[in-house]
Design a protein around this ligand. Structure first.
Ligand SMILES: NC(=O)c1ccc[n+]([C@@H]2O[C@H](COP(=O)([O-])OP(=O)(O)OC[C@H]3O[C@@H](n4cnc5c(N)ncnc54)[C@H](OP(=O)(O)O)[C@@H]3O)[C@@H](O)[C@H]2O)c1
Length: 339
């Protein structure tokens, strides 16, 4: 199935810049998913760009700045060809480096953007997201500060992650929001109820994170507690361990059947489904699957050329409502947890 043609493009927000219709999630290169091979990760970045991927996703929280620093040489070598997206909001308290505190206040944002610019070694951040919502700060205030960063030339476009439809509308009233980044996959469809319709109405692009269900939808692991290394974040996620993992693995059967019909991998079908949501919901959708391996970026970008039939979509439709376990142990900081 895999071939190596370049992918199409999509706009980041109404009238916004065009980026490759699939981005690359870079988090795992420094954080969360066990040991990474730096050389393979660098080769993955280069291969992604060759295939038409131009949106590279990171956050200051990924490895406490390590992921941004890791991307800097790649960005320096290709600054005019790529868009870098990073995020603020998960602050490290000085007295407890292992903890994270959500902060959306002006002094925090101002120091966070300077730190990200320095670590990324760029003059301007193409897309700057609020990573998590601090409900103690009015969203209008937070986006007001983010809009100042645009006027000052530190940031080009604004994004929000895990916001409710109401928060998105309020934010968009202050400054145009180019993108909402939230979890969206065959396993996680809660944003379809309110967030996706609001994004369509406002001309906001949807950037689905974890479109491969953090790897689970590829069939590459079943029980995180047994199959993944001790430091892997997925061992603490309710869907991926014990009885939930066994039940959820059984849900992959229709994905496997569709994959066989297309001579494709399970992951490619999971990604083809996310790409298809652009047509289903009538808005630009730019998923950012994460990988640290060049062969997988070839496989994942090739999924943009798989068209699922209506019958196949119907076969995949019931999966999400049967998933055992929430997508995070604590759902209060997700949009669904506040709606
Ligand atoms: N805004 C937020 O709150 C938030 C939250 C989570 C993630 N994100 C962003 O979204 C990006 C993507 O999400 P994610 O990394 O959590 O999940 P994902 O993209 O659903 O899955 C990534 C996992 O799938 C594996 N994988 C990728 N392609 C594969 C393939 N073709 N076959 C088999 N396995 C494959 C990767 O392993 P290898 O790396 O070993 O290939 C990795 O373990 C992240 O990198 C990050 O930038 C944002």
């Amino acid at each position: 199935m895999t071939n190596y043609r370049t992918i199409g493009t999509a706009a980041l927000g109404e009238g916004g810049p065009e980026v490759g219709v699939q981005g690359l999630g870079c988090m795992g290169m420094s954080f969360a998913y066990g040991p990474a091979d730096a050389d393979a990760s660098r080769a993955t970045l280069e291969r992604a760009l060759e295939l038409g991927v131009t949106l590279f996703d990171t956050a200051d929280a990924y490895g406490a700045g390590d992921n941004e620093r890791f991307l800097a040489p790649f960005l320096g070598a290709h600054r005019d060809e790529v868009a870098v997206a990073t995020k603020f909001a998960l602050a490290i308290p000085p007295d407890d480096p292992a903890r994270r505190v959500i902060r959306n206040d002006a002094p925090y944002i101002r120091q966070a953007v300077e730190a990200s610019l320095k670590r990324l070694d760029v003059d301007v951040i193409d897309l700057y997201y609020m990573h998590r919502r601090d409900v103690n700060v009015p969203i209008e205030e937070t986006v007001g500060v983010m809009a100042e960063l645009v006027r000052e030339g530190k940031v080009k476009h604004l994004g929000l992650s895990e916001v409710t439809a109401g928060e998105l509308r309020a934010a968009h009233g202050v400054h145009p929001i180019a993108a909402v980044q939230s979890e969206w996959s065959l396993f996680s469809r809660d944003i379809e109820a309110n967030v996706v319709p609001a994004a369509r109405e406002l001309g906001v692009t949807l950037v689905p994170y974890s479109p491969l269900g953090r790897g689970f939808l590829t069939g590459s692991f079943t029980d995180a507690g047994q199959d993944l290394t001790a430091d892997d974040f997925r061992r603490r996620m309710p869907r991926f361990t014990g009885g939930n993992a066994v039940a959820n693995a059984a849900l992959l059967e229709p994905v496997r059947a569709v994959a066989e019909a297309h001579d494709a991998s399970l992951g490619q079908i999971a990604l083809a489904w996310v790409h298809r949501q652009a047509e289903v919901h009538g808005l630009p959708v730019v998923p950012i699957p994460g990988t640290r391996r060049p062969a997988r970026v070839e496989e994942n970008t090739a999924a943009t050329r798989i068209t699922l039939t209506e019958e196949e979509l119907a076969l995949l439709e019931p999966i999400a409502e049967k998933v055992a376990g929430p997508r995070y142990a604590d759902m209060t900081f997700t949009s669904a947890g506040r709606e």
